[in-house]
Structure formats: structure tokens, C-alpha cells
Design a protein around this ligand. Structure first.
Ligand code: HEM
Length: 406
């Protein structure tokens, strides 16, 4: 383990507030390992064995990628997949036959994918892009560092050594899901999701060889569900909290694009929630038992917020602004776990300015009611999105062949 901040760890282990943003019950629950009771009747499959997803991984991709790694085939596979970018693009020639067979199956949309809903979701993602990028990027990022297994997996895997590149890579999928053509022939969601599924399978194989890793095979179906809930389920809860107007068709469609993405990432249909109600129930079951502080999460948070501050607005104001915005997005309990500093001035400014900005953007209040400070946040948010849109174009999702060096 490199130099982890003990001081920050002390802060993060300190005060535990209300788990507002995530609708969580109590901090005590965060550590208890309650049995799996979520009913598969609430899933897109409608039925299932009800097996605890802590003990299920990806039975198709895992042995395949382990074998590719053992055969030393991954560098050549990465080279071949570099130019595989569009949903409608044939797979490149020269891939190992077992990988090709798997990818041909894995790139297909599930039979239940509904193109009408996907189109509505695309329009919704476009019109609510600012909120969604912030919620999924900054909010989701700050939540992921408060998920011990995920924070440690990211920290000790190859990408942990270069977080700017890692975030740029992750945002490739995020932007693909939010794009107008996400699952259309000229989009890239199927490609990026299948590549990510292969990356996760590689991480499952590689991390177990890391001297720093303990805790068995990483990235179980439950772990993936946890992360999934920090994306659409969390974003929807926050948009509701901010009173962002939306129709039933829009909220259903937004769920749908993420249901399809879950399937494409290798989450089994029997675990993918069919409705928002089922999603919220599942989220309440899996998040509390999977969240809490770690030294790795605190260090990753510090790196991420440092980068965010640099990218959004150079100058001394930017880090306090980013700390305050991050705290506002995830709530006090998670912010404390992440070791995010309290910012007495900015914490108050954001709590007043952001809701006003949302109301103004949604046409609910006139301009004079928006505090000046809201435009500083608005500008910072735009710069953040632009930064990762640009960065994401310079890099690609690739299968790792090693863990974090050192
Ligand atoms: C890689 C997304 C769940 C750990 C990636 C990548 C994406 C992604 C897009 C490729 C970017 C890259 O290679 O750096 C997602 C989504 C998830 C999910 C959408 C759930 C819906 C998880 C979970 C864990 C995890 C649950 C761990 C517990 C990792 C790690 C990498 C990775 C360690 C590889 C980093 C490296 O290159 O070293 N993920 N992920 N992911 N993910 Fe996930």
C-alpha cells in the first residue's frame, strides 16, 4: 500500500450522518450481512433461482479471459479490438475463435430490448445531460470510492495507478450510454459494454494474484448491482429530489437503457430490476451492506477531487468548490467516509445555488432568482464534461494484463 492518509482516514471514520441521497436506513446496517431476499419476480427475467448474487460472477467471460491471459493472447486481442468501435461493425479478423464466439453472442441486445424506449431514453439523456453527467460522473465516482470492495479493486488494479486515464476510460461507457445513438447501429454502447465485460473478467483473474488483494474473487453479480445502483438508481433519486420534471415514459425509458446496459455488462437478467420500485428495494438491500470507509477509498477520492478541481477552474477557489459539490451530491455520511473536507462557505453556497440553477434550467423560476454563484458551478460543470469528452476520445477501453505495479 502506498502512502495513505491516516489523517483523512480518521476524518472519514468519524461523524456518520443521515444517508439521505441514497435513501439508506441506518449506518449500523452498513456493516451487517443480511441474507439475500430480493425476489427474482421483480426482475426483467420475471423468475430465477434466487441465488445470492454475492456468489455468482460471469461464468461465460471469466474462464475465457483467464485462458486468454494465461495463453498470452491479450496484447494481440487489444491490438485487434482497438479499431472495433461501432455497434454495427463486424468483429476484426484474427481474434481467437473462442473469444470471437463469445463476443458474437455478448454483443447482441437482449430479446426484451425495446427500441422505442431506447429512443425516448436517448432524448431524455440529451435534455438532462448536465445533471446526468454530474450525477453519474462526480456523484457516482464519489459513491464508488465509498464501496470498499470497489475502491480496493480499482486501487490495486492497473488503472489505479493513473486515475485520470481510468476515469477517462470509464467515461467512454458513460458517454456511450448517454449518446443519442447509444444502441443504434452507428452508436458504440454494445462495443464498450462488451469490452468492459472482458475487462471485468480480466480483473477477476488478475486481482487474486495481487499481494494486496484479499477477499476472494472480485466483481460478483452483487458488486455489479451495487455499482449499477450508484448510477441510474441514485441519479433518478437525486433528479426526483431536485424536482426535475419528467414524464412516466421518460423515467421508464431511462431505466430501460440501464437495464439493457446491465445485461450487456454480464449482469444476469434475474437480478436486473424490472421497475423503479424493484430497483429501489434492491438498492436498499445491497447498498448499505456494501458501503463504508477504506484508506484506499479516501486516497482515490482525494485524487479524483484534485483532478476535478484542476479541470474545472484553476485557482484557489476550485478545490473547496469541488469538495462542497461532491458533499452536496453524496450527502454527509458518504462524504465523511470519503474523507471529503467540510467547506463552511461553499457548502452553504451550493445548497442554495444548485437547486435554484436546476429550477431555472427547467423553466420553473426566472433568472433574477438565480444567485450569481450558481453560474460558477454551471461553468465548472461544463468544463468537467468537456474535459472527459475530449479525454475519452484519446483513449480506449483495453483488457489489462497486470495489476497496479508495485
Ligand atoms: C473497468 C464500468 C462495476 C472494478 C471498468 C471499465 C468500465 C467500467 C467502463 C473500463 C474502463 C477501464 O478499463 O478502466 C463499470 C460499470 C459497472 C462496473 C458500469 C457496474 C454497473 C464494477 C465493480 C467493480 C469494478 C463492481 C469492483 C468491485 C473495475 C476495475 C476495472 C474496471 C478494477 C479495471 C481498471 C483497470 O484497468 O485496471 N468498469 N464497472 N467495476 N472496473 Fe468496472
Amino acid at each position: 500500500m502506498t502512502e495513505l492518509s491516516r489523517r483523512k482516514m480518521l476524518i472519514s471514520g468519524g461523524a456518520l450522518g443521515a444517508f439521505g441521497a441514497l435513501g439508506m436506513a441506518s449506518p449500523a446496517q452498513a456493516r451487517s450481512m443480511t441474507p439475500w431476499t430480493w425476489a427474482p419476480s421483480g426482475s426483467v427475467a420475471g423468475s430465477g433461482a434466487g441465488v445470492d448474487p454475492r456468489w455468482v460472477w460471469d461464468e461465460e467471460a471469466d474462464p475465457l479471459v483467464a485462458s486468454l491471459l494465461d495463453r498470452g493472447a491479450v496484447p494481440e486481442v487489444n491490438r485487434l479490438l482497438w479499431d472495433w468501435n461501432r455497434n454495427d461493425q463486424p468483429l476484426p479478423a484474427g481474434l481467437p475463435a473462442d473469444l470471437r464466439d463469445f463476443m458474437e453472442r455478448a454483443r447482441r441486445l437482449p430479446s426484451w430490448a425495446d427500441h422505442g424506449k431506447l429512443n425516448t431514453a436517448a432524448e431524455f439523456n440529451k435534455s438532462r445531460g448536465l445533471y446526468l453527467n454530474l450525477l453519474n460522473g462526480v456523484g457516482g465516482g464519489m459513491l464508488s470510492t465509498a464501496i470498499p470492495k470497489e475502491a480496493r479493486a480499482v486501487y490495486y488494479s492497473k488503472g489505479g495507478a493513473d486515475m485520470e486515464d481510468r476515469v477517462a476510460k470509464t467515461s467512454i461507457l458513460g458517454f456511450a450510454v448517454g449518446a443519442l445513438n447509444a444502441y443504434r447501429p452507428d452508436g458504440s454502447c454494445m462495443v464498450e459494454a462488451v469490452k468492459t465485460r472482458l475487462v471485468h473478467a480480466a480483473v477477476r483473474h488478475l486481482l487474486q494474484q495481487s499481494p494486496h488483494w484479499s477477499g476472494g474473487v472480485p466483481i460478483s453479480q452483487e458488486d455489479m448491482l451495487v455499482t449499477w445502483h450508484t448510477l441510474p438508481t441514485y441519479a433518478m433519486r437525486m433528479m426526483r429530489k431536485w424536482k426535475v420534471p419528467m414524464t412516466k415514459a421518460e423515467s421508464t425509458a431511462y431505466l430501460h437503457v440501464w437495464q439493457v446496459t446491465a445485461h450487456m455488462l454480464g449482469i444476469r437478467d434475474e437480478y436486473i430490476p424490472a421497475t423503479w420500485e424493484a430497483a429501489n428495494t434492491q438498492s436498499d438491500q445491497v447498498l448499505p451492506r456494501n458501503m463504508g470507509p477504506t484508506p484506499e477509498g479516501v486516497e482515490l477520492t482525494d485524487i479524483l477531487l484534485g483532478q476535478l478541481a484542476e479541470q474545472t477552474s484553476p485557482g484557489s477557489v476550485s478545490r473547496p468548490l469541488c469538495n462542497a459539490f461532491a458533499r452536496y451530491l453524496v450527502g454527509d455520511e458518504v462524504a465523511d467516509w470519503d474523507g471529503i473536507r467540510r467547506e463552511p462557505v461553499w457548502d452553504r453556497v451550493i445548497a442554495a445555488a444548485w437547486p435554484a440553477l436546476v429550477k431555472f434550467r427547467e423553466g420553473l423560476i426566472p433568472l433574477p432568482l438565480v444567485p450569481e454563484s450558481a453560474w460558477v458551478i454551471d461553468e465548472a460543470a461544463r468544463r468537467y464534461i468537456l474535459f472527459y469528452l475530449t479525454k475519452g476520445k484519446e483513449t480506449k477501453i483495453e483488457i489489462p494484463t497486470t495489476n497496479r505495479p508495485g
